[in-house]
Design a protein. Structure first.
Ligand SMILES: [Mg+2]
Length: 201
């Protein structure tokens, strides 16, 4: 059976924080400062420094998914590593994005040379990872620690690699306690993924 690599999109395949910040500034006159690992609370109106009303955040994020995704560039080395891995395993994207914006995400990835199936999800990813992986050797990669906990409890046999592509965010996100390893750079991640698949086969 071909192994399965399950990848998060934002801050794993594509950069998110930097293009989101650019879009907030240009489209809404908002400033995002990453003083802590949170989006809500770190966004202010540039005009008067007022913090963004947290109730306005969900619509803002939807707006980015609707019109801002083309600003998202791949993480350094991501396209090369994923293209190489896809020769030896199936690769799927599991991303927490409303279904309405899934096709845009797939199109943006294709534009970067990554023609991959994209699954839209909401909440913890463990159950979907379990269903996608079935009994095959599998690895899950995500930047958010709670998703590693969710996968650990629902699909414990799946290798869990913690990766944070954004250099600024890296400092703010400690290693996920429920991941097997942490690699923020794709060349090291590729080696770890191949190694896990070999041992799990
Ligand atoms: Mg992410």
């Amino acid at each position: 059976m071909r192994p399965l690599l399950i990848l998060d999109c934002d801050e794993v395949i594509l950069r998110f924080a930097a293009p989101f910040r650019q879009w907030l500034d240009e489209v809404h006159g908002l400033a995002l400062r990453l003083d802590s690992f949170a989006l809500v609370g770190n966004i202010r109106h540039k005009a008067d420094g007022r913090p963004l009303d947290p109730a306005a955040f969900p619509a803002l994020l939807d707006g980015f998914f609707a019109t801002g995704q083309p600003l998202q560039a791949p993480a350094e080395g991501a396209v090369e590593a994923i293209t190489a891995l896809a020769r030896d395993m199936d690769v799927a994207v599991l991303t927490n994005i409303p279904e309405a914006y899934r096709a845009i995400r797939a199109e943006v990835l294709r534009g970067h040379g990554l023609d991959l199936p994209v699954h839209a999800n909401d909440g913890g990813k463990g159950r979907v990872v379990k269903a996608l992986a079935g009994g095959r050797p599998a690895v899950f990669v995500d930047d958010l620690p709670p998703h590693h906990s969710s996968v650990a409890s629902h699909a414990g046999h799946v290798g869990r690699l913690h990766m944070v592509a954004d250099p600024e965010l890296r400092r703010l996100i400690p290693a996920a306690p429920d991941a097997h390893a942490r690699h923020d750079a794709w060349p090291e991640a590729e080696i770890w993924i191949r190694d896990w698949m070999e041992k799990a086969a």
